[in-house]
Design a binder for this molecule. Structure first.
Ligand SMILES: N[C@@H]1[C@@H](O)[C@H](O)[C@@H](COP(=O)(O)O)O[C@@H]1O
Length: 246
């Protein structure tokens, strides 16, 4: 794993956007894996600014999002489909038919999991996957204890994840308790992974990722088995890492 340390959230976002833009320019038909949550919002903003200023084109790009809440439709402001439209897709020249997100209202969720896994394979897999990390080490919505061999599947969200994501909803009771997520093996099949980590709340997760064992109790630890992972982390997340981890 390669770690790039940056000053703050803004620098992380700028650096991540540059990284992605560079890959898109090199390969205009790139298959991008995308994440939601607070962490990548600044990166998406920088991608939009660059698109408007420099005209980087996403017309041939295909995207696959990590996950979606079960029960939320695309017009629900808290669905990840709405999030992606609102934070990125509506403001770049991407063909929305090439943007893939699991459906939160599919008639048969098992079937939806198979369909999603299959569509990623049929596209030849993901070239660059963007990831955030939950404070309990979750990636996508793969909570602690998820098998490293898992494919796209249905999950029960951990109480700590519901709590952490409640900030996007008006009441905690509105946060769905289930989601569909790419599995750990789906994520690991990506040719390259870019993990973004920012802020005090992610300090312990970064510490555990770097110094802990590879274990299903901390899903992100599996990234150490991947040959091409870059972490962009800000100073607050990295600060006093050695001291903290003693
Ligand atoms: N499913 C998402 C993850 O993909 C995200 O990386 C994580 C961290 O979110 P945030 O960036 O808001 O801290 O939590 C959410 O639950």
């Amino acid at each position: 794993m390669r770690i790039i340390e940056v000053k703050d959230y803004q620098q992380m976002s700028k650096r991540a956007a540059e990284y992605i833009i560079n890959k898109v320019v090199q390969n205009p038909s790139i298959k991008l894996g995308l994440a939601t949550g607070g962490t990548p919002i600044g990166t998406y903003k920088s991608l939009i600014e660059d698109h408007q200023k420099n005209g980087t084109s996403y017309q041939k790009v295909t995207t696959f999002n990590l996950d979606e809440y079960i029960g939320l439709s695309s017009d629900n402001k808290n669905s990840y489909r709405y999030f992606m439209n609102d934070h990125l897709f509506n403001y770049i020249d991407i063909n929305k038919a090439k943007t893939n997100i699991p459906s939160g209202i599919a008639p048969d969720f098992q079937e939806e999991c198979h369909r999603y896994e299959d569509i990623i394979s049929r596209h030849g897999g993901i070239d660059l996957q963007i990831l955030g990390i939950g404070s309990n080490g979750h990636i996508g919505f793969n909570e602690p204890g998820t098998s490293f061999g898992s494919k796209t599947h249905i999950v029960n969200l951990a109480p700590s994840t519901i709590q952490a994501n409640a900030r996007f909803f008006s009441r905690i009771e509105e946060v769905p308790t289930k989601a569909i997520t790419m599995g750990i093996s789906t994520i690991l099949k990506s040719k390259e992974i870019l993990l973004l980590i920012s802020g005090e709340k992610k300090k312990d997760a970064l510490c555990r990722l770097l110094n802990g064992k590879i274990n299903e109790s901390f899903p992100a630890s599996v990234l150490k088995n991947h040959p091409c992972v870059t972490i962009i982390a800000d100073k607050v997340a990295i600060a006093d890492l050695e001291v903290q981890c003693l």
